[in-house]
Structure formats: C-alpha cells, structure tokens
Design a protein around this ligand. Structure first.
Ligand code: 5GP
Ligand code: MN
Length: 338
C-alpha cells in the first residue's frame, strides 16, 4: 500500500465509522479469516463493525473466532441491506470485482460508503476509494496483517485476530506449499503463533473434522477421475445425484481438485461440480508451472482467479460442458505438453 493510501485510511479511521466488511460469494478460509480478523481489529479501535457474507460457508470454518457475529445476506437480507445503507466505510476482502458477491452486487453498487479493497487476485476492478491489491501475496490474510501493521496496530493483534489470519494464510497457501508462500509469509505466520495462534489446533479444526459421507464422496470423485496424459491433464466430475447420495454439505468438495495434481506429470487439474439449484456446473481449476488457469477460466468459463488456482462456471449440462472442455483442450495441446 502506498503512503498516500495509508494516510487516507488513517484519516478515515481516525473517527468512529459504521463499517461493513464483505468477503466473496462462497467464502473460503482466506475470505472469512481476513474479514473476521479485520472485524476484531476495527472493533478494538472503537468502530461499529459488521461482517456480511453473501451466502453460507463450510462448517469447517465455523469454529473461527467471532464467527457467530457474521450476517448471511441470503438469510438476513433486510438487516444486511440496512447496514449497507447506513455504512460509512465498506471493506471488500479477497475479491477483485463486485460481481464476485453474487446476489449482493446491486446492494453494494447502491451503497454510498467509501470502499476499501484488500485483495490478491489478478485484474482488480477500479471501484474503491483505496485499493490495496498485490497479486504476489500468498493470501488476503497476509495483506490484512500488513494493513494492520501499516496503521501501526501490530501490538493490537489479539489471539483471536491471529487465529483468523493464520487460518486464511494456511488454507490459501495449501498449508504453506504454494509458490506464493514467501519467507515474509513465514515471518508473518511466526508472529501470529507468537500472538497466540495455536497452529496444530487450527490444522486439526480445518482438515481433520471429516464426516464419513465426505470421505465416501471423495472416493466417488477419485473413481470418476479422467486422466488425459497427452494433455497432462486430469479432471473429476461430480453430478448432483452423486452429491445427494452422499449427504453433500457445503465445503465437502473442498480440495478434491488438488488430487489430480498429485499425479506424476499432470500439470492441469479440474473438477466439474453440478449445482442443480443454481443451474450451473461450478468449475475449479488448478495448475503447476506456467499454465495460467486464470486466463483459461476467464476466456472459456466466465471465471478467473490466480495463475495456478482459479474458478469458473458453465451454464450447459454436465455432458455438454465436458464435451466443450474436451474441444477447447485440443487447442491447448502444444502449451500443456510441448
Ligand atoms: P476455488 O476453485 O477454490 O473455488 O477458487 C480458486 C480461486 O479462484 C480463488 O481465488 C477464487 O476466489 C477464484 N474463483 C473461484 N470462482 C471464481 C469465479 O467464478 N470467478 C472468478 N473471477 N474467480 C473465481
Ligand atoms: Mn484468497
């Protein structure tokens, strides 16, 4: 963040504000962690603060400190709308464009508040008074730690704030293994542990609280995996019927897409998940090396994200989506398997 922006933010936050903090739709660990950490910090400064999530999120994130204060826009639309109307500052965290909040988009566009964006996705849109965007960052949580530090607030990081930030850095870096994990990331994480984040307990809460039906669904996903060695690609499909047969709950498919990349020589992995309610196939894309799934998702599947992790969707049926994907893939052969 440049010094002019830091001055602007300091001046805004020097008076008590009515603040709303918003993560992207289908919030993940980094989105919720960054929102809840910032919530704790701003509340500690004496502001009136609410976190409004566009929709629900997985149970494996619901143990996080201050989770009970989160307002779900789908469940409490009127209250959320009122808070947005009355707000003087809106922080948007872990997303780069207002379309990423789904049904909440028009409410955000109508709000008169000053927007502050903190995010690490590519191609940030220009809607905020202050944009703190850095695509080299491991996570929005690492950026929120920096943000707090820029404001001179590192000493105010409590155990709760540290726990929320640790959770988001851990989930967005694949437990500290992705390329964006820097020595600086590890220094921030070390600080968070010093401030009370219980690393072993956090890993356990997020990764070791499976239900039997989720593991069985993973079994189905793995047996559905199609491996295309000539494209160094592997993809998984899950139909609504398969989800229903395994008592699917939000978040149950988190991480499944990564199994494709554990195969030797596979550099491009996808999962296609049918969502009958929304009438879409939700797609998650991952890569290792220089193949940009952000570009692929933007170009072909109404999505985006990062170079090595992106998302998108298709409005066609599963069968048609897979046919379309296979056709598109042919044009990438020389790039995927030079
Ligand atoms: P995931 O596959 O875990 O849902 O998302 C991977 C990355 O892509 C995340 O950084 C996420 O924010 C981003 N992403 C997921 N879905 C979409 C989408 O529909 N549009 C855009 N622009 N980004 C997405
Ligand atoms: Mn993130």
């Amino acid at each position: 963040m440049n010094s002019a922006d830091i001055t602007t933010v300091k001046s805004i936050l020097s008076q008590p504000q009515k603040i709303v903090i918003v993560p992207h739709k289908n919030p993940d660990g980094d989105a919720m962690g960054s929102c809840l950490a910032l919530y704790g910090f701003l509340k500690g400064m004496g502001h009136m603060v609410h976190v409004i999530a566009p929709n629900d999120y997985p149970k494996f994130l619901k143990w996080m400190p201050c989770n009970e204060t989160v307002i779900n826009f789908e469940w409490e639309a009127q209250r959320a709308q009122r808070l947005l109307d009355e707000s003087s500052v809106i922080f948007t965290l872990d997303f780069n464009d207002l379309s990423r909040v789904g049904q909440m988009e028009s409410a955000l566009r109508a709000a008169k508040a000053d927007f502050i964006m903190i995010d690490h996705h590519q191609q940030p849109s220009d809607y905020a008074r202050v944009t703190y965007s850095d695509v080299s960052m491991s996570s929005t949580c690492e950026m929120v730690y920096n943000f707090i530090d820029f404001l001179g607030g590192a000493e105010q990081v409590t155990k709760e704030i540290a726990t929320n930030l640790y959770t988001g850095i851990m989930t967005d870096t694949g437990s500290f293994k992705y390329r964006s994990t820097s020595s600086k990331t590890h220094r921030v994480v070390a600080e968070l542990i010093d401030k009370g984040a219980e690393n072993m307990e956090i890993h356990r809460q997020v990764f070791d609280t499976n239900s039997p039906s989720r593991l069985h669904l993973l079994g189905v996903a793995l047996s559905n995996m199609v491996i295309l060695p000539e494209y160094r690609t592997a993809y998984i499909t899950l139909t609504q019927e398969e989800l229903d047969a395994h008592d699917f709950k939000k978040g149950d498919t988190e991480g499944f897409v990564n199994y494709g990349l554990t195969l030797e020589d596979i550099v491009f992995a996808l999962i296609f998940i049918e969502n009958k309610e929304e009438g879409i196939i939700k797609i998650s894309l991952r890569s290792v090396g220089d193949f940009s799934v952000n570009e692929f998702a933007r170009k072909h599947f109404q999505g985006g994200g990062h170079d090595n992790a992106a998302g998108g969707k298709s409005d066609l049926s599963m069968e048609e989506t897979i046919d379309q994907f296979n056709t598109i893939l042919k044009t990438y052969k020389s790039r995927l398997n030079p």
